[in-house]
Ligand binder design. Structure first.
Ligand code: GSH
Length: 210
């Protein structure tokens, strides 16, 4: 049985969503962020020393990192769904987007978030961070021109990974410049499995706005 160790308002929401998409049997153990520091509680370190979410356990396996978890779930429990054939060009594209979602794409967003908490708002770093945000979000926006999904215009694990970028981008960048990304986010939110995941968890701050 798969256990998703879920932190409220976090990247683990997308893992619960993916479990719903593939219809695998799973349970959720929820952890609450510290209301002052916003950090995960120490109990999560008992599951994995990094104490971050998402983390899943499945028998002898304990797996961290959203991209690795998405790939694991699809390979072992996806029944061929949402995972392009390994010998296809789409598979290479899928791997690229899966990695990009938690490396190149997320870095400027995290830098913006962290520096905004500095007393001077990280003034010295602002121009560089804003340039990087424009570069990466611009690339993502352009990649969605005329398509619904990132790989072969077919829903895949890469879309699950990138949904978090689409969900947090509005906090740090003008959504007027991201119509394709916001439409993508809305398409994710409209999926029945996404809504089932929302219904199974506490309020998710980056989820659909009613
Ligand atoms: N790249 C990792 C990021 C994991 C991560 O930083 N998760 C955040 C939640 S979105 C977390 O656990 N924050 C609480 C903390 O750092 O204490 C992934 O995608 O799994």
């Amino acid at each position: 049985m798969i256990t998703v160790h879920h932190l409220n308002h976090s990247r683990s929401q997308r893992i619960i969503w993916l479990c719903e998409e593939i219809g695998v049997d799973f349970e959720i153990v929820t952890y609450q962020r510290d209301p002052v520091t916003n950090l995960a509680p120490p109990e999560l370190e008992q599951i994995h020393p990094l104490g971050k979410s998402p983390v899943i356990t499945d028998g002898d396996h304990t797996i961290i990192e959203s991209g690795a978890i998405i790939d694991y779930l699809l390979r072992h429990y996806g029944g061929g769904q949402f995972l392009p054939a390994t010998d296809s060009n789409d598979h290479e594209q899928y791997l690229q987007w899966l990695h990009y979602g938690e490396s190149g794409a997320v870095l400027p967003l995290m830098l913006k978030l962290y520096t905004s908490k500095l007393p001077d708002g990280g003034e010295a770093l602002k121009p560089r961070i804003n340039d990087e945000l424009t570069r990466h979000l611009g690339y993502i926006e352009k990649s969605l021109e005329g398509v619904n999904w990132f790989v072969g215009n077919t829903f895949s694990g890469a879309d699950v990974q990138l949904s978090f970028i689409a969900e947090i981008a509005p906090m740090m960048y003008s959504v007027d410049k991201l119509p394709n990304l916001m439409a993508f986010r809305n398409r994710c939110h409209e999926r029945p499995a996404y809504q089932r995941a929302i219904a199974k968890t506490d309020f998710y701050a980056y989820g659909p706005k009613n």
